[in-house]
Design a binder for this molecule. Structure first.
Ligand SMILES: O=C(O)[C@@H](O)[C@@H](O)[C@H](O)[C@H](O)CO
Ligand SMILES: [Mg+2]
Length: 403
């Protein structure tokens, strides 16, 4: 058996913080998994270091399912983003090892390729509608077949998704949370205007998406969905918080705009009702926050029964390790929808050399054995951890709101 003899947590900040778990077996094969939880990185690092790693030493790296169940059931305290990100890191590192030992790219172990490439969407953003559409035109020229449009809201200093960097967006911008101001009434009219201009300029041969970042009530979301129907969006993302899964019934009753949700979910229990009642069209939970490949596979299989497709989260805080693993999953999963692809900084790409490549609006995980992503530990050590938290939002009258 490939016995686990060492496991270590690597925290590095090549432009932003990433937590990576490296597991090493007796015969020298190693695997890595992403454990990054934006703004709460060290909680996962400590969970792994103090509570998980001691349990891994001496185990058979091939027993992925048994180790998953051990960590999930064995903790007694189930679910939650910290626990599930830690389990995901172990799971992905073990899948990496298994595929390396088999000498195969990971997607072959999952069931082989179901498609030739993974359609991705880019994140076009700008202060004004015209700036955003100009960015979208650039994405189109780069070959993207799907583009998410985010624009500034007149009268608000900043809003989710709008930044000075155009290929990546980094919201965790300070050691303590930045305070933003939010107004739903100012925001709501901007999106249909953005989509009308985008359709006029870009035409219909491109998928357009939008993220409301959990800021609407169900009935406001229903209104936005109806207003966008003429522009045929690919999806509206995270329109309302989903702790109460039933609330999506209200949106569903009023609009045919497809709905995507779930980047903050961490288990199948967060989306069971949403899927079984067909209240959503795309599930966004990704490998690192959803318990790894082993658990995501269960979510995707349930979703497949109800015509819900995958649309994994892929912002900059999901490390190249998560992206690599997600792309193997995407290439295989029968009910694939789309994959978010926000590029990493050149420094991040250097710390995490990877086999995945982009061309013609699609990513491909590559043919390297394993998931195809490595970490350069010497380089990683040159970028020490920097405290950074996500922003918060207040309404114009000072009330705390969802960011
Ligand atoms: O869809 C997305 O990419 C997001 O909603 C993220 O930008 C999200 O805000 C960050 O991943 C939070 O860490
Ligand atoms: Mg989002």
């Amino acid at each position: 058996m490939p016995k686990i003899i060492d496991a270590r947590v690597i925290v590095t900040c090549p432009g932003r913080n990433f937590v990576t778990l490296k597991i090493v077996t007796e015969d020298g094969v190693h695997g890595i998994g992403d454990a990054t939880l934006n703004g709460r990185e060290l909680a996962v690092a400590a969970y792994l270091q103090e509570h998980v790693i001691p349990c891994l030493i001496g185990r058979d790296a091939h027993k992925i399912e048994d180790i998953w169940q051990f960590l999930y059931r064995g903790a007694y305290w189930r679910r939650g983003p910290v626990t599930m990100s830690a389990i995901a890191a172990v799971d992905v590192a073990l899948w990496d090892i298994k595929a390396k030992l088999a000498g195969l790219p990971l997607y072959q172990l999952l069931g082989g390729a179901s498609r030739t490439g993974v359609m991705v969407y880019g994140h076009a953003n700008g202060q004004t509608v015209d700036d955003t559409v100009a960015q979208a035109i650039k994405y189109r020229a780069m070959g993207y077949k799907a583009i998410r449009l985010q624009t500034g809201v007149p009268g608000l200093n900043s809003t989710y998704g709008v930044s000075k960097d155009k290929l990546f967006y980094e919201p965790a911008d300070a050691a303590l949370p930045t305070e933003n101001i939010w107004s739903t009434s100012r925001y709501l009219p901007t999106v249909p205007e953005l989509f009308a201009t985008a359709r006029a300029e870009l035409g219909w041969d491109v998928h357009l998406l939008h993220d409301s970042h959990h800021r609407l009530t169900p009935i406001e979301a229903a209104r936005l969905g109806k207003d966008l129907e003429p522009y045929r969006p690919f999806w509206l993302e995270d329109v309302t918080p989903a702790e109460n899964q039933e609330s999506f019934r209200w949106i569903r009753r009023h609009t045919t705009t497809p709905l995507a949700v779930g980047e903050v979910f961490n288990t199948i229990w967060d989306c069971k009702q949403l899927i079984e009642e067909q209240l959503i069209d795309f599930i966004r939970t990704t490998i690192v926050h959803g318990g790894g490949i082993t658990h995501l596979r269960r979510i995707a299989s349930l979703a497949d029964l109800y015509n819900v497709r995958t649309g994994f989260h892929g912002a900059t805080d999901l490390s190249p390790v998560c992206m690599g693993a997600a792309l193997h999953f995407d290439l295989w999963v029968p009910n694939f929808g789309i994959q978010e692809y926000m590029r990493h900084t050149p420094e991040t790409d250097e710390v995490f050399p990877h086999a995945y490549t982009f061309s013609d609006g699609e990513l491909h995980p590559g043919e390297a054995a394993g998931h195809g992503v490595e970490i350069d530990e010497d380089l990683a050590a040159k970028y020490p951890y920097r405290p950074a938290q996500l922003p918060v939002n207040r309404l114009e009258d000072g009330s705390m709101f969802n960011w």
